[in-house]
Design a protein. Structure first.
Length: 275
């Protein structure tokens, strides 16, 4: 169990790296790992019950990612502040970077923020998270270590009144080197309904971490979304972590050439060097 954290965290404490020297080619990120609110934000005007809901974090995602990373000798990079304070899987100019509404819940503490307040939140958690990923990836590439980036998330079974039938979803853009064999392996599992670009796709602006750190460097990547009722407890977390570990132990990217980097940059209207 994680040790108790202070009521407030300095930027150096808002991101955590486990096993930075991992031998696996996989680097896992958990962008919505925590529902922790530093003391200076209070409850953002929300009742305590809302802070345990999916609007505040991705329930179950971190235990799954942690177990996978340990079994595979992989590196894991996680956020340690709630997505309600700032969503680290969004570009800094995104309207939902600091969401005024999450699903249908109004977040009073996120209303009418000044530019200074927004910048402070970016400096608190968003920038340390992305700087850390960049540093880890660049160190690996400098020593010639193969690197594949995978983000681990969870999603709510019902969103805005609509049920979601998938047990797990794999999100990808036009680079399917990891996603294609991963989907194929999951589809061979009995009783598992696999979503491909479900319940989200890159068009929903949920692919930012992978765009910034993998696609910009031509690295194979994919995003995993597990329905959170599947991983609400230790039994389900262990089940899915072990299933995915077995797949990742033998998962090799498709041999097809990576999509042209210039074409990708044009498609996403992003410069070659992230700002």
């Amino acid at each position: 169990m994680e040790k108790a954290r202070p009521a407030s965290l300095a930027p150096s404490g808002t991101v955590r790296v486990t096993n930075p020297g991992g031998s696996s080619p996989f680097v896992f990120t958990c962008d919505h790992a925590s529902n922790f609110l530093p003391a200076e934000f209070g409850t953002l005007g929300l009742p305590a019950a809302d802070l345990s809901r999916h609007i505040a974090w991705d329930p179950g995602a971190l235990p799954v990612a942690s177990r996978m990373a340990e079994a595979l000798d992989a590196t894991l990079i996680e956020t340690r502040v709630s997505r309600l304070v700032i969503d680290c899987n969004r570009p800094p100019d995104a309207p939902d970077l600091i969401p005024p509404v999450s699903e249908t819940t109004v977040i009073p503490g996120n209303a009418s923020l000044s530019d200074k307040q927004r910048a402070a939140r970016i400096d608190l958690a968003w920038r340390p998270f992305h700087d850390t990923i960049a540093e880890i990836v660049e160190q690996r590439l400098a020593r010639g270590q193969e690197t594949r980036l995978v983000s681990v998330h969870s999603f709510t079974p019902v969103y805005k009144g609509k049920s979601r039938p998938w047990h797990i979803g794999i999100i990808h853009d036009d680079d399917r080197r990891l996603a294609k064999p991963l989907v194929a392996a999951l589809q061979r599992l009995a009783g598992v309904t696999v979503g491909v670009n479900e319940p989200y796709s890159p068009a929903d602006r949920v692919y930012f971490t992978l765009e910034r750190h993998a696609r910009s460097r031509g690295l194979a990547c994919a995003m995993i979304e597990i329905r959170n009722d599947e991983i609400a407890g230790e039994t389900g977390q262990r089940k899915w972590a072990d299933l995915l570990t077995g797949i990742f132990s033998n998962l090799e990217p498709e041999e097809a050439r990576a999509p042209d980097k210039a074409q990708w940059e044009s498609q996403y209207n992003r410069p070659a060097k992230n700002q």
